[in-house]
Design a protein. Sequence first.
Length: 147
Amino acid sequence: MATLLYNNRPALRSTRTFNSLLNDMLRDTLPAVTEPAKSFVPAADVLESEQGFELHLALPGVVKEDVKIDFQEGQLVISGERKAPAADENAPKFRRVETGFGSFTRSFRLPETVDVTAINAQLTDGILRVTLPFDSKKVTKHHIEVR
C-alpha cells in the first residue's frame, strides 16, 4: 500500500493558520467607515439566578447622565447616547470606526414575576448592570434611576 504525503516540505508550508488568512480576507472586504454612525445597538447579556434576572449592556464611553431607563406596559426601555468626539481642525481624524456612537434604544419585555419597583441599575466600567428581582407584584409604570 502506498503512503501519500501532503506537502512534506515544512519550509514551503505557510506559517499562518487558515483562520488568520480567512480573517484577513474578510476584514479587507469590509467597507472602511471613517465617520461615526448616528445610532447603534449595544450588546446585551441576560443572566438568571434564584433571586431574579440580571441584564448587562455594553456601553463603553457612555456616562450615567446620558442613560435613561423606564418601565412602561410590561417593557423595560433603556435609551441614551454615546457622543462622538468633537471634530476640530486640530483633533485627530477618524481613519476607521468600528465602535458605536450616537443614540441607542433597547427594549426588553419583562415577565410578571419581576418586581419592577425593586429594579436597580448601575453603570461601571462601561457595563450597565440592571438587576431585576423576582416578585409576584404587578406594576405597569416605573422610572429607574441610574447610580
